[in-house]
Design a protein around this ligand. Structure first.
Ligand code: 6R9
Length: 687
């Protein structure tokens, strides 16, 4: 079978075999063998001593009982939880309909609900002075708090402003904001009037913003004059202006004054937030939405060049957010919860905004970086606010671990019960450092596996309940029925001690319903790869005790510092450069960022490879996508390794970068096998 004839999912095996985990030790030993040797950690006793009451479940047995119910009687299980956790404007009758095969999954039909009512009003009525948001500004001294009462007023006013700008139920609003309380307000204001929010991470370039605004046909954009992060200013409004040059449908831009910078305002189009909100009353009734009405779009990278607008609906998403927040993070009334994620990514949506607000606790909105003004920033925040749950990506932990334990100081652990990890696999040493040095063995580490598309945690321990093993995301959340599939045969592999690709057998409430304007692509990417299953795109193992070990992506997605990037998207950005003839991008293991982007390019006749040119190519990606996608290295090569049918064999490039030239595998299908030697020379010379 030549590579070009193989089914798409066969690439899996090649990619898997280049992940760092698999290439360690004896190549023949099954990977799951490692799992047998690792220690099991039980929820630490001291965690219970700090607990305001006790975890929601009595222990693993209760989890197992409920889990079984969630799989065998999902309607009963989810119907109960949906009514328990949320306030419905109108009750639902049908818990679930549709199937993974048909791609028409729907939850809580006939039900009517409003997300902002559930996140804000309920708590504002019960206890208006309870703190909803602790804003930790970039400068430690600039922060403030927002109570639920204040939040309701501000959300209502902004909802009025949006209506006055012509936003109607079902319209999409683009949000390009840094991590400030107004980002939460903006999401809630959209949800309140039934508008769909589409947050674009404020690190994306003007071109990326433009593409997303156009794809979702947004008529309004919400932004700031500038952003401030790690002591540096970010020209958000300038980027919006640049993007909107090519977005004729955008009628208004609402600008929140963050720094007071002197910025141009386009008359008739741009309006100041602080001026507009003054014009309106501080209450507006929430719009009752059908459970399956869209709540938001969030663009994410896939295996093709064009980002996908992943669509989440209202009822199901909210149930997933509230249920996982409650059980995985063991959230209880009065908790002060801190997730370091950005609202521009799914982690920020579900676990900075929705989960804590649905549960009526205090959420920390952090504008800065873990390194500013110094490496103690997280621990200072945790101490200052008596944080109970902390949630961050391993990339930040690696940075802080490397900076040195002397920065992990202060009496910050007093209330800390849960330490969450998300976005990428966490290495056992980093897990242990998190548990021992940060948590002082008094808090439980929960490694949570999920995706933009899953909406909320799908494989994760329940704090205070599930035993954990460093490096394993442990057991499935309620309603999630994982399957390990053999990527070659496409068959499910039953039993324990198995390895393959990860899929789910049943629909769950918070799963994405479609890709905006591209349902066919949704079906092809997630539901048609293995019929009857949702395909995650990740490789995974299930060990002898049924614990899951996520191995990483098996498609053309790279994970840099927990940011999900598409190699195809970066290649498309490179090709835009007039000198570049062809480009191939691969992810390589990186000590600090997990994976790093490396690019191989061939250049057009009449140009010479140089450092200046390499820099220019890196700049091209920064400009086209955003700084976070910039390649760490660019190799200018005479040609790329291609099959006779013209398919670039990235596997060879990955092997060369890993120094595994002796394991290139079959290169006879290459149209010109001699290019490999020349590529090896370029890489050696560069190092
Ligand atoms: C939440 C989020 C999803 C991809 C996913 C996987 C990787 C996320 C992980 C993890 C190992 C974990 N991933 N959590 N890998 N262990 N605990 O990150 O969403 O940006 O869509 O990325 O991230 O590869 O497929 P998203």
């Amino acid at each position: 079978l030549s590579l070009s004839q193989q089914p798409r999912h066969i690439r899996t095996l090649q990619t898997l075999s280049t992940t760092p985990k698999m290439s360690q030790g004896s190549p023949k030993a099954p990977v799951v063998a490692e799992a047998h040797e690792v220690d099991t950690y039980h929820p630490p006793k001291k965690m219970f001593a700090k607990h305001p009451s006790k975890p929601h479940l009595s222990g693993l047995e209760e989890y197992q009982k409920l889990y079984k119910e969630s799989i065998t009687q999902p309607d009963k299980f989810w119907g109960r939880l949906a009514r328990e956790l949320l306030t419905w404007h109108r009750d639902f009758q049908t818990v679930r309909s549709g199937s993974l095969v048909n791609g028409d999954v729907a939850w809580f039909l006939e039900g009517e609900i409003n997300a902002s009512y559930n996140c804000v009003d309920r708590h504002a009525f019960a206890d208006p002075n309870r703190v909803a948001i602790i804003y930790e500004a970039d400068e430690p001294t600039d922060g403030r708090s927002v109570t639920y009462g204040e939040l309701l007023r501000e959300v209502s006013r902004v909802a009025h402003v949006l209506k006055a700008m012509g936003v109607r139920k079902g319209d999409t609003v683009a949000i390009y904001l840094p991590m400030i309380p107004e980002a939460v307000v903006a999401l809630m204001a959209c949800a309140r009037i039934g508008a769909i929010h589409s947050v674009v991470f404020a690190g994306f370039s003007a071109d990326s913003l433009r593409d997303r605004v156009l794809d979702a046909r947004c008529k309004v954009v919400i932004t700031t004059d500038e952003g401030k992060r790690g002591g540096k200013l970010i020209g958000t409004k300038k980027i919006v202006d640049e993007a909107l040059k090519q977005c004729p449908e955008v009628k208004h831009v609402l600008v929140y004054k963050r720094t007071g910078a002197d910025i141009p305002m386009t008359p008739g189009r741009d309006l100041w937030w602080h001026e507009e909100v003054q014009k309106y009353p501080n209450y507006i009734p929430p719009e009752p939405m059908n459970s399956e009405d869209p709540l938001f779009l969030l663009y994410t990278s896939g295996s093709t060049g064009k980002p996908k607008g992943v669509m989440h609906t209202t009822g199901g998403y909210l149930v997933g957010a509230a249920a996982t927040g409650k059980y995985v993070f063991d959230i209880h009334p009065g908790d002060r919860y801190f997730c370091g994620g950005d609202v521009g990514w799914i982690t920020g949506h579900t676990y900075v905004v929705y989960a804590p607000l649905l549960l009526g606790v205090t959420t920390v909105v952090f504008e800065g970086t873990p390194a500013y003004p110094n490496f103690s920033r997280y621990w200072d925040i945790i101490e200052k606010h008596g944080v109970t749950q902390f949630y961050v990506a391993p990339t930040a932990l690696r940075l802080l671990k490397r900076a040195g334990d002397q920065f992990v100081k202060g009496d910050f652990n007093k209330h800390l019960r849960v330490l969450g990890s998300v976005g990428e696999p966490i290495a056992a040493e980093v897990w242990k450092w998190y548990f021992e040095v940060v948590g002082k063995e008094e808090a439980q580490v929960v490694d949570t596996y999920w995706q933009t598309e899953t909406g909320s945690h799908v494989i994760a321990p329940l704090a205070g309940v599930t035993p954990t093993k460093p490096g394993s995301a442990s057991l499935p959340f309620f309603g999630i029925e994982p399957a390990i599939i053999d990527p070659v045969s496409g068959e499910e592999i039953h039993g324990n001690d198995v390895e393959g690709v990860l899929a789910f057998k049943q629909p769950w409430p918070s799963m994405a319903r479609t890709v905006w304007g591209a349902h066919k692509r949704y079906m092809e990417t997630y539901l048609n790869v293995y019929k009857g299953y949702y395909f995650t795109g990740d490789g995974a193992g299930r060990d002898h005790e049924g614990f899951y070990w996520i191995r990483g992506r098996v498609d053309d997605v790279v994970n840099v510092s927990g940011h999900r990037l598409s190699t195809a998207e970066i290649e498309a950005a490179l090709i835009e450069h007039p000198i570049i003839a062809e480009a191939a991008v691969v992810g390589v293991a990186d000590e600090l960022t997990g994976q790093a982007v490396n690019a191989f390019v061939s250049i057009k006749e009449g140009h010479e490879a140089s450092d200046a040119l390499r820099k220019e190519f890196i700049l091209q990606v920064r400009r086209s996508i955003g700084p976070f996608a910039a390649p760490k290295a660019v190799y200018i090569v005479p040609d790329l390794p291609k099959t006779r049918s013209g398919k670039i064999m990235r596997r060879i490039l990955r092997k060369v970068l890993a120094g595994e030239e002796d394991q290139l595998g079959d290169v006879t299908t290459l149209s010109d096998p001699s290019v490999v030697g020349r590529i090896i020379d370029v890489v050696r010379e560069a190092r």
